[in-house]
Design a binder for this molecule. Structure first.
Ligand SMILES: Nc1ncnc2c1ncn2[C@@H]1O[C@H](COP(=O)(O)OP(=O)(O)O)[C@@H](O)[C@H]1O
Ligand SMILES: O=C(CO)[C@@H](O)[C@H](O)COP(=O)(O)O
Length: 475
């Protein structure tokens, strides 16, 4: 049996699946936690990756590996391959003013035409502008800019700062290859989240990079979906890797009519399309997918962690939160949670805070609060779906994935908020599965066609009142 490994280096953790390349069936899996916070030293991702490999029982028998990861994170390297400062993650909003500055300098329509998207604080380009203005000494040292998956892929291939003995430590063998910055690689899907790449021309926009950072820098070479990035020093094929949402689409085998809704740290709604999209309002990002096509996507900052927060507040676990939510009726008696706990990305309100509306003596109950949390996070994503559909994308069904998707109340309420049939794939790590599919693709040269089974379909139960009352309180 040929085994391939897929990695999801996501916001909260690193997950690895080791799968049969012929069928995609997972034979071993592992995970390790990431530090909390929106600013993280990339070394912590490397350590978690090693720990996840150990947790999965090692890479014995594996022929190829590929890394998918959280998008947009700014990893800046000096000429010796050292990480200059901790990475700013996609959910760090300190570069919101830089986003506004860049858009006013370039023009919204021009920006969208050149890159497919309008940058918000999540995008790498805005973090580089923030670095130029807030930490000019650090900006001046930047020799290369990478994304989380680019940097991990480079490390897996044996590259890293001169003299770093952890390069190939733990589960990976071979000689360190040193700080060869020109060996950094990426793929279209992750490059398209930088804000200085066009998924239509498949080229970097160096004028935008230079405008943001203040000077040019080495950028990772863009590999095709099936193209290996190289090998580990021990000889494992390393796939191109991908942004996490594009990898999920690959793992699910998404096709026309499929809309993926993911409830992880981020909430995302996206589709795979044959044609690129351009949205000069900035709501829908015109990303690339991981198969040579396109990935129109809307992301929110407040998703599964809204449920973490509200279940802590109510003193219940996730099952308890779900039971409470299902005890309340759709619309939660008018209680509306606008869940902007961490600011918000869509709509672009980086400084917003969460608000509860419709509190009366009757509506302010534990069940209504539990339900309002779930309804609120889905209403933001339903607005996102409307924006995706307005670009001409078809929605035949929603595939609900991400850490919170296994919660029965989350599933049931999804079918009450979205007027599109909701399906829940069998519990799995679809981002890591997509990375494993990429590893299999790089290994054999043919895109694998692995089947994905569905665990359930909550009964269609659309309740327009939920979105109507959320819209009434929209700021
Ligand atoms: N049964 C559940 N109900 C609600 N939320 C859950 C449940 N299980 C896990 N989660 C939440 O899902 C999140 C992790 O999801 P995941 O997709 O792995 O996130 P990420 O990819 O951003 O690291 C955590 O915030 C966790 O608390
Ligand atoms: O910013 C985006 C997409 O544009 C996020 O989807 C990140 O890619 C993080 O994903 P999770 O770790 O929450 O799954």
């Amino acid at each position: 049996m040929t085994l391939v490994a897929g990695i999801d280096s996501s916001t909260q953790s690193c997950k690895i699946v080791i799968s049969d390349a012929a069928t995609g069936i997972v034979v071993r899996r592992g995970r390790a936690a990431h530090p909390v916070g929106t600013e993280v030293n990339p070394a912590a991702w490397w350590d978690a990756l090693q720990a996840a490999i150990v947790d999965a029982g090692g890479l014995g028998g594996v022929s190829a590996i590929s890394v998918a990861a959280q998008q947009h994170g700014m990893v800046v390297l000096d000429a010796d391959g050292n990480v200059i400062r901790p990475a700013l993650l996609w959910n760090d909003t300190r570069s919101a003013a830089a986003a506004t500055d860049l858009i006013s300098e370039v023009g919204a329509v021009q920006f969208a035409q050149r890159t497919g998207s309008l940058p918000v604080a999540s995008f790498t380009i805005t973090k580089l502008r923030w670095l130029r203005d807030a930490e000019p000494e650090n900006a001046a040292r930047v020799a290369a800019v990478a994304l989380p998956h680019d940097w991990l892929t480079w490390r897996l291939r044996g590259y890293g700062p001169a003299g770093d003995s952890t390069l190939t430590g733990g589960t990976l063998t071979g000689s360190p290859l040193g700080p060869v910055l020109t060996e950094l690689t990426t793929d279209r899907s992750d490059a398209s989240g930088t804000g200085y790449f066009s998924s239509v021309t498949n080229d970097y926009d160096r004028d935008l990079l230079t405008r943001a950072l203040g000077h040019d820098a080495i950028l990772p070479r863009v590999r095709g979906a099936e193209e290996p990035a190289g090998t580990t020093p021990g000889g494992l094929i390393v796939g191109a890797g991908a942004g996490d949402n594009a990898a999920a689409a690959l793992g699910l085998g998404a096709s026309a009519g499929d809309i993926i809704v993911s409830i992880g740290t981020s909430g995302t709604v996206f589709a795979v399309t044959d044609q690129p999209t351009t949205d000069a309002t900035g709501t829908v990002a015109g990303f690339a997918d991981a198969s040579g096509r396109f990935l129109p996507l809307v992301a929110t900052l407040n998703a599964a962690r809204v449920l973490d927060s509200v279940s802590d507040l109510l003193g219940v676990d996730f099952d308890g939160l779900g039971r409470l939510a299902l005890d309340a009726t759709p619309g939660a008696d008018g209680l509306v949670l606008q869940p902007y706990f961490e600011g918000e990305r869509t709509p672009n309100l980086p400084d917003a805070t969460a608000s509860l509306f419709g509190m009366t003596l009757g509506s302010t109950t534990r069940p209504n609060l539990a339900r309002a949390a779930i309804e609120g996070l889905f209403c933001g994503l339903a607005n996102g779906l409307d924006a995706v559909l307005a670009l001409g994308v078809r929605a035949d069904r929603i595939l609900l994935i991400g850490g919170a998707a296994q919660n029965p109340a989350v599933q049931a309420i999804a079918a009450q908020v979205f007027d599109v049939p909701v399906f829940v794939p069998t519990p799995g790590e679809y981002v890591a599965d997509g990375a494993a599919a990429q590893a299999a693709w790089a290994h054999s040269g043919a895109r694998p066609s692995w089947s994905v089974s569905l665990a359930g379909r909550p009964a269609p139960d659309f309740h327009p009142v939920i979105r109507a009352q959320y819209a009434a309180h929209r700021i």
